[in-house]
Ligand binder design. Structure first.
Ligand SMILES: [Zn+2]
Length: 357
């Protein structure tokens, strides 16, 4: 066998070690593997990743992941694989920049946690009962709402055990994320998503399948808030990820911020940030927490509350915010004083606004 043929076989064996056996095809130059990108890894036996053994180039027709075989091996292989391939094939500089399809984030998919079961399927297990008790008694959900949101739960195994699980769906109806909330108070942390290697919260839009970005979108903090507001996106963190901002900007979406009362300072920063992208941003002052408000007052009252969304003189508020920060730095924090100052300031702004509208 020639050296060239031999080298080709070594490369193919490295790829087989990483990706498993390729699909048999008539063309011996072309191999088809199962793509391992975050978009494609849950597709079983689709063999989307084509590899040409003549020019050592690969591409995935679905997620548009492409490049030289070195990239493939450095992204998914181990150090040994890289050493071996570098011996038989000199490294090419081509395809250095990231090659991804425009819709990459929209197409990401994710596996549900180990032992996931749908709550719509009744069970005698004590874990099912604990999960159901948590959702109905502590959260005030009924079975219809649980079914509507496709909630599931985990039992006593896996690294996401003892959790009510909110699955999230991408625009193609595939699971792209989940949030697991413990149903036993002693289990920490209270909230967990998928492992970061699987998918990070900043890479997806939660339940983007259900969000219409061409009408006003309500930006909320968590999944419980999102479940009580129509056309809402949970940030799953303190600020919206870039993937959310990008989508809002693309659709020039009107945004209504609905953050908990204790996150008012964060709201100001987010308001300013989104406004700086030219977005039309509004703000609802939530007494306490939107999910609690909904539970205590019902759907109609929540709708009425959302209708009170308004623009505020955030420039002024932001200055006050900066003042608070500088006070903090001087190490003499008078939280009580600041809070009353803040309340006074808010009423001033509102008064000022009402006089001018
Ligand atoms: Zn792919």
């Amino acid at each position: 066998m020639s050296t060239l043929e031999n080298n080709k076989q070594i490369i193919t064996s490295i790829l087989e070690r990483i990706f498993g056996s390729p699909k048999k095809s008539g063309d011996i130059k072309e191999y088809e593997f199962n793509c391992k990108s975050r978009v494609c890894r849950n597709d079983e036996d689709k063999y989307n990743l084509a590899y040409n053994s003549q020019n050592h180039i690969f591409h995935c027709w679905k997620c548009k992941y492409k490049g030289h075989v070195h990239k493939l091996v450095s992204d998914y292989g181990n150090k040994d694989d890289l050493d071996r391939i570098s011996l038989v094939l000199p490294r090419k500089k081509a395809f250095k920049k990231e090659e991804r399809s425009e819709e990459y984030n929209d197409m990401i998919s994710c596996a549900l946690p180990e032992g996931f079961k749908y709550m719509s399927k009744k069970s005698d297990s004590k874990y099912y009962k604990a999960a159901l008790r948590y959702m109905t008694k502590e959260r005030g959900w009924d079975l219809d709402k649980i079914k509507k949101h496709n909630l599931g739960y985990t039992e006593n195994r896996g690294n996401r055990k003892y959790r009510v699980v909110f699955p999230s769906y991408n625009e193609y109806g595939q699971i792209n994320y989940y949030v697991g909330r413990t149903y036993y108070d002693v289990v920490k942390p209270s909230y967990m998503g998928p492992p970061k290697e699987e998918v990070a919260r900043t890479e997806i839009i939660f339940n983007s399948k259900n969000v219409n970005f061409d009408i006003p979108v309500f930006l909320v903090e968590g999944v419980f808030d999102a479940a009580c507001i129509y056309n809402s996106v949970p940030m799953l963190g303190k600020e919206p990820a870039n993937v959310i901002i990008k989508k809002l900007v693309e659709h020039n979406t009107r945004v209504v911020l609905c953050l908990d009362e204790d996150a008012l300072y964060d709201s100001i920063e987010i308001y300013n940030k989104l406004s700086s992208y030219g977005l039309d941003v509004y703000f609802v002052e939530i007494p306490d927490d939107i999910d609690e408000f909904h539970k205590a007052n019902g759907k109609q009252a929540t709708i009425e509350l959302l209708k009170t969304c308004r623009k505020l003189d955030f420039q002024y508020m932001f200055q006050k915010f900066a003042l608070k920060e500088s006070v903090k730095k001087r190490d003499c924090v008078d939280e009580k004083g600041l809070k009353s100052e803040w309340e006074k300031m808010k009423s001033e702004i509102l008064k000022d606004q009402n006089e001018h509208s």
